[in-house]
Design a protein around this ligand. Structure first.
Ligand SMILES: NC(=O)c1ccc[n+]([C@@H]2O[C@H](COP(=O)([O-])OP(=O)(O)OC[C@H]3O[C@@H](n4cnc5c(N)ncnc54)[C@H](O)[C@@H]3O)[C@@H](O)[C@H]2O)c1
Length: 328
């Protein structure tokens, strides 16, 4: 019997929150997966190692530690791997830290993407996916945000680097004909969420009985999107025939910060202590995804309500806290 060759997917940022979940989904779906990650200390690399430990259980998984800004490293990985697909999730993430260190964000998110593309373009890949962000919409006044809205007014270096990534990728698509989809993720949460992101941080502070910083008056809203829904969207987009497309992957149901705190207080049974602070300059008032394009073309239909998703996050958090009390 001739066995069918497994297709290979290269995932940059594969040790991170979204990357490790997508690697797992690909492995379960019968792909060979090669994750590239530099395990940088933006948050504890121990957390990234725990993500990798889950992936190491699969025989078709390989990890290549290295930096996407290192051309020779990428060249060697691409030559060895010859992937059918490349999923580019590696980045410096987060709006507020990008204001503190814009050079690093520009270097990794723009130059790193360019170095990666200069290597990837030499190899035939069936599709290239890129993690963009709802941040590219800045303070868009029209809601919900749709892919055709103007995104020229960035209000944080992070948003600017993601927009620039999109622009650069279109150029590589145009010059080298690489089929591409750019995904604008809206505040993703769930098990393995980055520890500095709102939900993870609030839960940690609630359990430690520490005050929760609230930026603004609690009326800012985010279109929180559960990780399994994002992964389902990524899976569908990988298998969809696009030449070049941009998709919002959100939940299309914004939740106000005050409401989020109330649900968390109820689910944890803890009384939150709130520490009101001014809204930082790069923070937007709200995010709200129009997901009609992803719905009609990719059959993308988020399934998880905020209460269900927070319940699942808490289950994971409590299990991790028991095993790794210092990290969680
Ligand atoms: N989590 C969200 O809500 C969200 C929203 C919008 C967009 N995004 C984007 O999705 C992607 C994944 O986000 P995440 O939340 O999983 O973040 P994450 O920080 O958990 O994952 C990113 C991974 O990339 C790696 N990395 C960073 N710089 C690198 C470099 N120079 N070389 C190699 N690896 C490098 C990091 O070590 C990390 O493991 C990012 O591009 C992010 O900007 C995330």
């Amino acid at each position: 019997m001739v066995s069918k060759r497994k297709e290979t997917v290269l995932v940059t940022g594969g040790a991170g929150f979204i990357g490790s979940h997508f690697c797992q989904r690909l492995l379960q779906g019968g792909y060979r997966v090669v994750a590239v990650d530099n395990l940088n200390p933006f948050y504890s690399p121990l957390i990234k190692s725990l993500n990798l430990k889950e992936l190491a259980r699969y025989r078709s998984f390989r990890f290549e530690k290295g930096d996407i800004r290192q051309r020779a490293f990428l060249q060697a990985v691409m030559e060895k791997t010859r992937p059918d697909y490349v999923v580019h999730l590696a980045a410096m993430a987060g709006v507020r830290p990008s204001i503190q260190n814009p050079s690093l964000y520009v270097d990794v998110n723009i130059r790193g993407t360019q170095v990666l593309m200069d290597v990837v373009r030499q190899f035939p890949v069936k599709k290239f996916l890129f993690a963009s962000s709802s941040s590219v919409y800045g303070n868009n006044e029209k809601v919900p945000f749709s892919e055709d809205d103007n995104v020229d007014r960035q209000i944080s270096p992070y948003g600017a680097t993601k927009k620039m990534g999109e622009v650069l990728l279109y150029t590589y698509h145009h010059l080298y004909g690489i089929p591409m989809a750019l995904l604008r993720f809206f505040t993703v949460y769930g098990p393995r969420q980055r520890p500095e992101m709102a939900i993870h941080k609030f839960v940690r502070l609630l359990y430690r009985n520490r005050p929760i910083p609230i930026y603004g008056d609690g009326s800012t809203a985010r279109d929180y999107t559960f990780i399994d829904d994002i992964i389902a969207g990524l899976w569908n987009v990988l298998h969809h025939e696009d030449t070049f497309a941009i998709y919002n992957l959100g939940n299309s149901e914004p939740v106000k910060l005050g409401e989020l705190i109330e649900i968390l207080a109820e689910l944890t049974g803890r009384e939150p202590r709130l520490d009101y602070q001014e809204l930082p300059p790069g923070d937007v008032q709200q995010t709200f995804a129009d997901i009609s394009r992803a719905h009609s073309r990719l059959d993308y239909t988020p399934q998880t309500t905020i209460s269900e998703g927070l319940g699942l996050f808490l289950e994971w958090y409590q299990a991790m806290k028991k095993e790794h009390p210092r990290l969680f």
